[in-house]
Design a protein around this ligand. Structure first.
Ligand code: SF4
Ligand code: SF4
Length: 362
């Protein structure tokens, strides 16, 4: 297993760790087998969250019975936006995990301006910083799904690690947040390397991709900005795959990355790479953001409602009024700059027909 230093935390973290979102679905014996296999193979990072149902409790009991608590870098996350609930959740997290400290604690999913405001103004940020002073958490991080909000937060220098989504279907952070994190000495933990499950072997085939879970994992881990990738792990086979990838050479040539992107293109016609060369748009449309969401809409085909909700939420938050896809006037200025010759005005029309916004009161 290879290890990387998690930014200014100084922690030496295995390049592949355990994302324990679904660990609550495992029996105690299954959870113990997963942790034992990971430990023997050299994985040392586990991520869970108060919002992940029974995950924390199952992990806590398994770690206790295996006597491995001190061996792992243990991380959890709090998502509530009122102080009393956030505090209560933190105590529950420690109880569930049967520990008196966390190596890392994340303020979870701060992905909108309103959310970030609530974290600051409702006392949650101060409380988390106090936990760090008390030693109940060793390091403080932030998780976000929005690159613009993420950058604002990172620039405060209050956090030591960022948890970001990154995979071949979602590469926005690559050219935006990754360099900013590095500039501010923040380690990067990658969530959703399998695209929220769609790039695992079974779902990948269902979705019509020819990409494998191993390729998706290598894709994320081979990015030099990335410290640790935490694929969802509720089966021992996923641990074995993580150990295989984490113990193999991790560099990936541009050609290898392009080939993986081509496998996504088979499913998503006119796949936008999010490079931003097409900007600026004469109508101020954030073209890469609109097309990123339209890419995702095509992947999920309008049938997966939890993803559709996320797409609608992000379109509402990230694409300002007056700059939505329907504002495109077809001037073609952008198409001349797109290195992939995408028919951007056509794609704007398609996106305008498919993407929805929540009402203004949202
Ligand atoms: S064609 Fe549409 S998206 Fe492209 S620059 Fe013109 S208005 Fe913007
Ligand atoms: S230049 Fe082309 S590929 Fe790059 S963000 Fe714009 S539309 Fe997408």
């Amino acid at each position: 297993m290879q290890y990387r230093v998690l930014g200014k935390t100084g922690l030496s973290v295995s390049v592949i760790g355990i994302g324990a979102l679904q660990m609550g679905n495992c029996t105690l014996e299954e959870a113990k087998a997963i942790l034992q296999e990971a430990h023997v193979g050299g994985m040392n990072y586990i991520d869970t969250a108060r919002a992940y149902g029974e995950s924390e409790a199952r992990l806590g009991q398994a770690l206790k019975e295996l006597e491995l608590r001190e061996t792992f870098i243990l991380s959890s996350k709090g998502i509530k936006r009122d102080l009393a609930s956030f505090q209560s959740d933190f105590e529950t997290t420690l109880n569930n995990l049967q520990t008196d400290y966390l190596d890392l604690f994340f303020i979870h999913d701060v992905s909108t301006a309103a959310n970030w405001k609530a974290v600051r103004e409702n006392g949650i940020l101060d409380y988390a910083l106090e936990l760090k002073k008390q030693g109940r958490i060793r390091h403080l991080g932030i998780s976000t799904h929005d690159c613009q909000i993420g950058e604002q937060i990172i620039r405060t220098r209050l956090f030591e690690a960022a948890m970001l989504a990154y995979n071949p279907t979602n590469r926005e952070a690559e050219d935006t947040l990754f360099p900013v994190c590095q500039q501010f000495g923040m380690g990067i933990i990658i969530m959703k390397p399998y695209g929220g499950g769609i790039l695992t072997e079974k779902r990948s085939a269902e979705m019509g991709f020819s990409i494998t879970a191993e390729e998706a994992l290598r894709y994320a881990a081979s990015n030099p900005y990335v410290t640790c990738v935490i694929p969802g792990t509720d089966q021992i086979d996923y641990v074995r795959l993580g150990l295989k990838v984490g113990s193999s050479p991790l560099s990936m040539t541009d050609e290898e990355r392009r080939l993986i992107m081509d496998k996504i293109d088979i499913k998503v016609k006119n796949y936008c790479r999010g490079c931003g060369y097409c900007l600026p748009c004469v109508r101020g449309i954030p073209i890469p953001t609109v097309l990123k969401l339209y890419n995702r809409w095509q992947v999920f085909g309008g049938t997966d409602w939890s993803h559709m909700h996320q797409i609608t939420e992000e379109y509402t938050v990230s694409v300002p009024d007056g700059h939505t896809a329907d504002q495109c006037i077809g001037c073609m200025q952008c198409t001349k700059r797109c290195p992939f010759n995408l028919p951007i005005p056509d794609l704007m029309k398609e996106a305008a027909a498919k993407l929805r916004r929540y009402p203004a009161s949202k």
